[in-house]
Design a protein around this ligand. Structure first.
Ligand code: LIP
Length: 300
């Protein structure tokens, strides 16, 4: 335990169920991230030597919503490792679904590559996200920044940590910002044209009222930016549960005020996800209500 009392920054030595689940999430996400890191140059080449994509890339909801062969490999690796470490546990994955409609009991919620467009283009901002939920509530989670080889992790009630590639472990806390006009916000956009038009209109209302906006292309890393103080808040409509299941817990355990959809929600519902440093949470909620950001943005 560190000076904060209940905050456990000694990964791997916890003895509660949440800490044990966190350690499984960390191990599995790190193994999948290592696979993703090794496969990118094989499939897409290195800068200045791009291999033709060909059959390595398909599209999902729109032609601009890709899934690569590495997304599928990463999810299969995660499923195989969880089947060994946690036999019989339900698993919901972005690429192959699963876990049925029920959120009862324990289920793993997995995004094998969060930030697939960045992965495709070689923009080094993509992650592997693995969360454990009990009755639809995230109790443990890990987000591995693949390019930086950095691991964000949390167990509910035990704080959030960042482990660097050098193995340094630190506790995470949100920024002490208290004025929305001085806040750096992160956001993201869907793939469908109708949703993107509505999201762009919201940006036009919000951008003049804040310090600035960043769009990095990975929801799980956006949420970890809030947890680590690299952003003061994050908001996005229309995420899947795999995008926010781990990062929302990490942000919560770092002190953020987090708003997430029902665990049964889907990207099509267009619900809003928000994570905000506590000093601006009320003012940001009022701004979102004023500009109409609280309402879902469905794909029409
Ligand atoms: C991505 C999210 C991101 C969002 C993108 C996309 P994917 O997830 O992490 O926040 O803005 O449109 O949904 O598709 O790379 O797993």
């Amino acid at each position: 335990m560190d000076a904060a009392g209940s905050r456990d920054t000694t990964q791997g030595f916890g003895d509660t169920e949440a800490q044990r689940l966190r350690d499984v999430a960390v191990a599995v996400a790190q193994e999948a991230a290592a696979h993703v890191r090794s496969r990118r140059p094989e499939v897409f080449g290195t800068v200045g030597k791009v291999v033709a994509h060909g059959s390595s890339v398909a599209s999902k909801s729109t032609p601009t919503d890709p899934v690569t062969v590495v997304d599928t490999e990463s999810e299969q690796l995660i499923r195989d490792r969880l089947a060994t470490l946690r036999p019989g546990d339900a698993i919901l994955g972005e690429e192959t679904g699963g876990a049925g409609d029920s959120v009862a009991g324990l289920r793993w919620v997995v995004d094998p590559i969060d930030g697939t467009v960045n992965f495709l283009y070689g923009v080094p901002t993509y992650a592997v996200s693995v969360a454990a939920q009990i009755d639809g509530v995230s109790v443990a989670g890990a987000v591995v920044d693949v390019a930086a080889q950095a691991t964000y992790a949390a167990a509910r009630g035990y704080g959030a940590t960042l482990t660097t590639v050098e193995g340094r472990i630190g506790g995470l806390r949100c920024n002490p910002v208290t004025d929305v006009s001085m806040a750096l916000l992160a956001t993201g956009f869907g793939y469908g044209t109708a949703r993107r038009k509505a999201q762009g209109a919201l940006i036009g209302e919000i951008l003049p009222r804040v310090r600035d906006i960043r769009r990095i292309g990975s929801a799980s890393l956006d949420l970890c930016m809030v947890a680590s103080g690299r952003a003061d808040a994050y908001f996005e409509h229309g995420l899947g549960p795999w995008d926010w299941a781990a990062g929302s817990l990490i942000a919560t355990e770092a002190g953020a005020r987090v708003r997430i959809p029902s665990p049964r929600s889907s990207s099509a519902d267009g619900d809003l996800v928000v994570a905000a440093a506590p000093g601006i949470a009320d003012e940001l909620d009022a701004l979102f209500t004023e500009v109409g950001a609280d309402d879902p943005i469905r794909e029409t």
